[in-house]
Design a protein around this ligand. Structure first.
Ligand SMILES: NC(=O)c1ccc[n+]([C@@H]2O[C@H](COP(=O)([O-])OP(=O)(O)OC[C@H]3O[C@@H](n4cnc5c(N)ncnc54)[C@H](O)[C@@H]3O)[C@@H](O)[C@H]2O)c1
Length: 333
């Protein structure tokens, strides 16, 4: 039984706590939040679980094996570092850290101490992303051409990070998982309209093999949209995460180009065949992910969403931030 303490019971923390509680292989050992109102909510929801406003109490406890850090981004490094220094495995929210240097330091510390780091890249555990990965692994889509995601809604404005650091980690972790490797170049543009933090942004990542990923993140959209197009040589796919039933639709559509001897113009033909919607598992991603965290600790496995995966995403975020500052100049990632 792995005993887990949770730091941070704001917006996302309750989801972590609820899912930890539902696991048989884990024990929710303690909840910590510096905000008294959050602590009161935790106490009311889980009267049998010890709560504290002092993170050190939880970090130094000998009754805890792992710590979940569900606090704002700028606190991740300090809390995760303290947890590792106290011999605890760490589950840390996305984005892993505020800089790649911080991420590297945490990874080194965990390696030295034989401890696990898992970064909460929740979407990798959804039925939809697992199905898309399966379709790619089985070569159903053929050679990948592009990933094009729209992740927009009205708010929630963050106080410490811009829309890139808030929303793009989802897509960058998905792209990292589906495409793999490292983009050659990242370009980002965007604008801030209120408090100096960018609230609308467009990120493009150029991968080897002519694969292009485009991510549109926006806190100023009248509508909530969570739609991703993925184009391959053989099939094209639309993933609408807001759809209850048919989240993924695979289209047997494509383009075929030929040149004939003596004919200098390209001959373009379009294929328009069937569409089908594959079955997508409906299990709660966080439950699967937290179960996997415990499994990795118990069986000494390296999670695929480990510190290195978190670091790759942070490096892409940094490159995007740098390009944004230079009005869309190409940054070599
Ligand atoms: N994986 C996802 O889909 C997902 C979704 C939302 C948020 N998140 C991530 O979760 C993290 C938290 O986001 P949120 O929206 O819940 O923020 P929030 O501000 O609503 O909650 C954070 C909580 O942490 C507490 N806190 C801050 N510093 C602390 C400290 N040093 N010790 C103890 N408690 C402390 C605050 O009092 C607050 O209650 C962020 O990294 C965010 O990116 C992930």
């Amino acid at each position: 039984m792995i005993r887990v303490g949770v730091i941070g019971y704001g917006y996302w923390g309750p989801n972590i706590v609820r899912n930890l509680r539902s696991l048989e292989c884990a024990q929710l050992a303690s909840i910590c939040d510096t905000n008294p109102a959050s602590l009161r909510r935790a106490k009311k929801a889980y009267p049998d679980v010890p709560v504290t406003s002092d993170p050190d109490e939880l970090l130094c406890s000998t009754d805890i094996d792992a710590v979940a850090v569900i606090t704002p981004v700028w606190t991740h490094f300090e809390l995760a570092k303290a947890a590792l220094e106290n011999g605890k495995h760490v589950f840390v929210e996305k984005p892993f850290a505020s800089s790649s240097a911080q991420g590297e330091e945490l990874i080194e510390l965990a390696e030295k101490s034989g401890l696990k780091i898992m970064v909460d890249h929740t979407f990798l555990f959804t039925g939809a992303v697992r199905k898309i990965r399966q379709l790619l692994d089985e070569d159903t889509l053929g050679k990948l051409y592009y990933y094009d995601s729209t992740r927009v809604n009205l708010g929630l404005f963050q106080h410490d990070v811009n829309v890139i650091w808030d929303l793009a980690p989802h897509d960058l972790s998905i792209v990292d998982y589906l495409i793999g490797g490292r983009p050659d170049v990242i370009v980002a543009t965007g604008e801030a309209h209120f408090n100096g933090l960018t609230d609308v942004a467009f990120i493009t990542a150029y991968y080897p093999g002519n694969i292009i990923a485009h991510i549109n993140v926006n806190w100023l959209s009248p509508l909530k949209v969570r739609t991703t197009l993925i184009g391959g040589e053989r099939k094209m796919l639309v993933w609408n995460d807001l759809e209850a039933d048919e989240k993924i639709k695979v289209y047997d559509k494509g383009v075929h180009m030929t040149t004939r001897e003596g004919v200098y113009d390209l001959l373009v033909s379009y294929r328009s065949g069937d569409m089908w919607s594959p079955k997508v598992e409906a299990t709660e991603a966080l439950k699967v992910e937290l179960g996997y965290f415990v499994e990795c600790i118990e069986n000494d496995l390296t999670p695929f969403n480990d510190g290195m995966a978190g670091l790759r995403v942070v490096r892409m975020l940094q490159a995007a931030e740098e390009s944004l500052k230079r009005k869309g100049e190409a940054v070599y990632a």
